[in-house]
Structure formats: C-alpha cells, structure tokens
Design a protein around this ligand. Structure first.
Ligand SMILES: Nc1ncnc2c1ncn2[C@@H]1O[C@H](COP(=O)(O)OP(=O)(O)OP(=O)(O)O)[C@@H](O)[C@H]1O
Length: 256
C-alpha cells in the first residue's frame, strides 16, 4: 500500500473527532473521502501529515510522514488545503514556485528547471495568463487552482487534496479532475481527496471512504458506497441513484 492508516484517532478541543479510522490506498489509486459536514474529512488529511495530533499507525510509501522533516515530507506528499492563508502581495507565479522549495538547497535559488515546472503547471490549470497577478486579486476559483498548482509543482507521487473543486464552475471542476486523473495514470500518482460532490467522487475515485461522526461508515467501490440508503442514513438526504454511462453511480437530489 502507498498509504496505510490504521486505527487513527484524533482528539481536538477535548472531543474525539476521528475514532479508529483506517484507510488503505494502493499505488496509483484515487481514493475519495466523503461524508457530511464536520465528519472529520479534513482532519484525516491533516493528521496523515502530522498537522493534527493523532494516535494510530500511518505510513506513506513505507515511512511515517509525521516523523519526517518538512522538506523531506514535502518531497513525498503534496497537500492542497481547503482554504489556506495566501501571502499578501505575492504573485501567482512566485506562489506556485514555492512548490519547488523542498528541492532548492539552503541558501540556493530556484533554477530554470523549477521555473519551467511552475510555468507548465500554471498552463495546465488554465492560469498561464494570471502568472503576474497578485494573489489577493484572484477570484475564489482562481485561488483554488493556484493552491493546486503549488501542490502539483512539488511533483510528489502522493497527492492529498482537500476539496479541490468546491469553488470551481462545472467546466473547471472537470478540467481539474481530468488533469489530476491524467497525472495519476501517466505518473502513477496516488491521490486522496475529500470531496462533497458525491457524483463527481464516484466518477473519478476507484474507492470511496465514507466518514460519519469520525468513523468509517462505509468503504469500497463507488457503486457499493453511493446507495440511496447509505446517503439517506449519513447525509440525511433523499437522492435517486442511477447508473451513468460507465456504470458509475449518478445521484440526483429528490425533493422530500
Ligand atoms: N482545532 C479544532 N478544535 C476543536 N474542534 C475542531 C478543530 N478542528 C476541527 N474541529 C472539529 O472537528 C470536526 C471535524 O472537522 P473537519 O474539518 O475535519 O470536518 P470535515 O468533514 O472536513 O467538514 P466539512 O465538510 O464541513 O469541511 C468538526 O466538528 C470540527 O468542528
């Protein structure tokens, strides 16, 4: 397994936010962590990186990322948080270039190769025209893609993405998810993403992990997890589930 989480528990503010969570991700797979608001999805990603204190066993490519120095960890796993604070006054290109910092020697500077990678990632995310723009002048969807650009510039084999598409219009959602999928297939990336859109989760992920109140309530291929009954029980939502063109589940909300 590229990622193995065993019996992970996280307590925050005196409350158990994750309780005995396990997750396995095979090399080159795409896992979507789904669940209602407050279920613990973001906490799971942060705990894997050691950004939240957790009890339990975690390995990524055979090592515990929590034990690594930040530079080494950033060469192993790239993480795109949901709403990171962006440095004021910084331009899009320089922010993307920060993704290369784990490779730049101390007191060194980024080289032509690093700048070419940053430019390429920005082009692929439809952000080439915004490279010189200060971060604070971006729209919500542009900001979200820039955060992803920085993570992709790290060129790691494992990507942890927290809600990478929430602020994006339907076209950019598809574009971003297709790009991630192409990178996954071409370079064998292992992807774990939290995502609220259940149909999109089912279209792209091989495996879904449904968190509910800090526990794994269901895990498996999309057609086993995205059933009308499971969605009703854990999201308190009424949906119709039909099979899409490739047999993957498509959810349509139904008015009660
Ligand atoms: N630093 C903290 N201190 C106390 N409680 C916290 C802290 N961070 C998160 N929580 C709580 O932990 C629970 C899980 O939060 P988390 O952000 O992981 O949920 P989520 O599933 O990602 O939710 P959403 O879908 O709303 O983004 C929530 O009830 C949240 O209020």
């Amino acid at each position: 397994m590229t990622i193995a989480v065993r019996d992970l528990s996280v307590t925050l503010g005196g409350r158990k936010v994750l309780d005995g969570v396990s997750l396995d991700a095979r090399p080159g797979s795409w896992t979507a962590v789904i669940g209602p608001n407050g279920a613990g999805k973001s906490t799971l990603l942060r705990a894997v990186l050691g950004l939240r204190p957790g009890l339990g066993r975690i390995t990524v490519a055979g090592t515990d990322p929590r034990a690594l120095r930040p530079r080494r960890r950033a060469r192993l796993v790239a993480y795109a948080p949901q709403n990171p604070a962006l440095p004021a006054g910084m331009r899009v290109f320089d922010y993307t270039l920060l993704g290369r910092s784990p490779y730049i020697p101390h007191l060194g500077r980024e080289g032509a190769g690093d700048r070419a990678i940053a430019r390429d990632v920005l082009e692929r995310l439809d952000l080439g025209g915004l490279a010189a723009r200060p971060l604070e002048e971006l729209s919500g969807g542009e900001r979200q893609r820039v955060v992803l650009a920085r993570a992709l510039a790290q060129q790691t084999s494992v990507l942890l993405l927290d809600e990478p598409t929430t602020a994006l219009d339907i076209g950019h959602q598809q574009q971003v998810l297709e790009l991630i999928d192409r990178l996954r297939l071409a370079d064998g990336l292992t992807v774990v993403t939290t995502i609220h859109d259940l149909t999109l989760a089912g279209q792209y992920a091989d495996r879904l992990v449904l968190l509910s109140a800090g526990r794994v309530a269901a895990a498996g291929p999309p057609s086993r997890v995205l059933t009308r009954e499971i969605v009703a029980a854990h999201f308190d939502a009424r949906v119709q589930v039909s099979a899409g063109a490739d047999g993957r589940p498509v959810l349509s909300p139904e008015r009660p």
